[in-house]
Design a protein around this ligand. Structure first.
Ligand code: SF4
Length: 423
């Protein structure tokens, strides 16, 4: 990096800390800036924007109702072609059965339901699921489908997103997760998933959801798909503009944002893009968390990812701009995936909870469980944190040196492997 570029990045950080919005070129300059300085600035911003002593997490249900998908993204290891030996599609009964189990295991008050684009599931299937959830659990917050799935239903039914989501909303849909974003630049999408929803359709559907007053709990950027830094920045600037539009018209805006790196090891893109070393991925991830906090000045909550990155890395992200630990919904996804090990579910659930509490405490924050709207339900007391550390056998100071890792844990590792594939 030349002296001029260093100077430009330093000025950008100063401007961000002085409360100015960063331009696209300024955001781009941060990719080559000192990662420590960018992380420190992002942490400072986080302390100013949200309650500085707390880091939050939620416990939500998670149901993947089908893995059959006709989009076939080259980075996805979850989907199966129709007729494949391990393809599945749940009936509404099975969705409800799974939700009842997740409520029993972890007392979930919110659930996210997503799956592949399976044309065999009729519009009525979705309405039935929504109605039955609200009939059994009237207060359950239901985040339903993704922009890609809404686009799939547009094609299937000939109706538009507004019409579809209006009917879903009347039957119990509370939110639309801003999933299926990856990199919101069509050049990247065409190269990695030619049938994927276009960036324009993604923005149209999320904007419509916001206009309808649906909750958009999070959106994300997924890196490592062969995109340039400039394409990442284009995504951030356009997403920020979408958020401005909704806030200007009096909407709630998107509640949270996360960034995470795609692991290509088991995907068809492995040979095309290549696989990077884990330590490189981790360092870049921390830098990206910080850049996103500084760039997306109008999204309040930024989330650290533990289930694909590990607890140690997530704890670092909580000190580089993130304020919420995401992935805790997988407490319940675990139960869904490992149905044959259902008797293990409470033990796994407990262990994940211990990991989450320890991770947040090690990052220097008080762990606080929140609801779907980022309202704190309860703060965790020092005694609970001590109990979590004891249960995990984390010795003082071990954490950041890698003394505890779920990869080596006989209960969590098989689970982590399964949910890593689904991330
Ligand atoms: S990422 Fe979603 S749309 Fe793409 S193949 Fe996987 S399930 Fe289908």
């Amino acid at each position: 990096m030349g002296r001029n570029e260093t100077y430009f990045a330093e000025v950008a950080l100063d401007r961000a800390l002085a409360g100015h919005r960063l331009s696209g070129p300024e955001i781009l300059s941060l990719f080559a800036a000192d990662p420590g300085a960018v992380g420190a600035a992002a942490h400072e911003m986080r302390l100013r924007k949200v309650e500085p002593t707390l880091a939050t997490f939620s416990i939500g249900g998670n149901i993947d109702h089908t893995n059959v998908c006709n989009v076939g993204c080259a980075f996805c290891t979850f989907y199966r072609a129709p007729g494949a030996a391990d393809a599945y599609a749940m009936s509404p009964d099975q969705v409800l059965e799974q939700l009842h189990r997740q409520v029993a295991v972890a007392d979930v008050k919110e659930v996210m339901i997503q799956g592949g684009i399976n044309p065999k599931l009729s519009f009525d299937w979705f309405l039935t699921v929504l109605r039955r959830i609200k009939s059994d659990f009237p207060d359950m917050h239901v985040d339903f489908l993704s922009p890609e799935e809404i686009r799939g239903l547009e094609r299937q039914t000939g109706r538009d997103a507004r019409d579809i989501m209006t009917e879903f909303q009347a039957n119990g849909m509370d939110g639309l997760p801003g999933a299926s974003a990856e990199i919101l630049v069509d050049r990247v999408r065409t190269d990695t998933a030619p049938l994927r929803i276009t960036a324009g359709d993604w923005y149209r559907i999320v904007d419509t959801a916001l206009e309808l007053g649906l909750y958009v709990p999070w959106t994300s950027q997924v890196t490592g798909l062969g995109e340039s830094h400039a394409e990442r920045v284009q995504h951030l600037v356009e997403l920020r503009a979408l958020q401005d539009r909704d806030l200007d018209r009096g909407g709630r805006g998107i509640a949270a944002h996360k960034v995470w790196p795609m692991r290509l090891n088991d995907t068809r893109l492995r040979e095309v893009i290549g696989v990077r070393r884990n330590d490189e991925i981790i360092e870049e991830y921390i830098q990206q968390v910080a850049i996103h906090r500084l760039a997306l000045d109008n999204i309040t909550h930024h989330r650290a990812v533990w289930r694909t990155m590990g607890y140690q890395t997530a704890a670092r992200a909580l000190r580089a701009g993130a304020n919420d630990l995401c992935g805790t919904g997988s407490i319940n996804a675990v139960d869904s995936v490992l149905e044959t090990h259902a008797k293990e579910a409470p033990r796994v659930s407990q262990k994940v909870r211990h990991g989450v509490l320890t991770c947040i405490a090690e990052a220097g924050f008080v762990p606080a469980q929140r609801d779907a709207f980022y309202q704190v339900i309860r703060h965790h007391e020092p005694a609970e944190i001590a109990e979590a550390r004891d249960a995990l056998q984390v010795a003082e100071g071990d954490w950041m040196r890698g003394g505890f890792s779920y990869a080596g844990d006989p209960v969590l590792n098989p689970v982590a492997k399964v949910i890593r594939k689904r991330a």
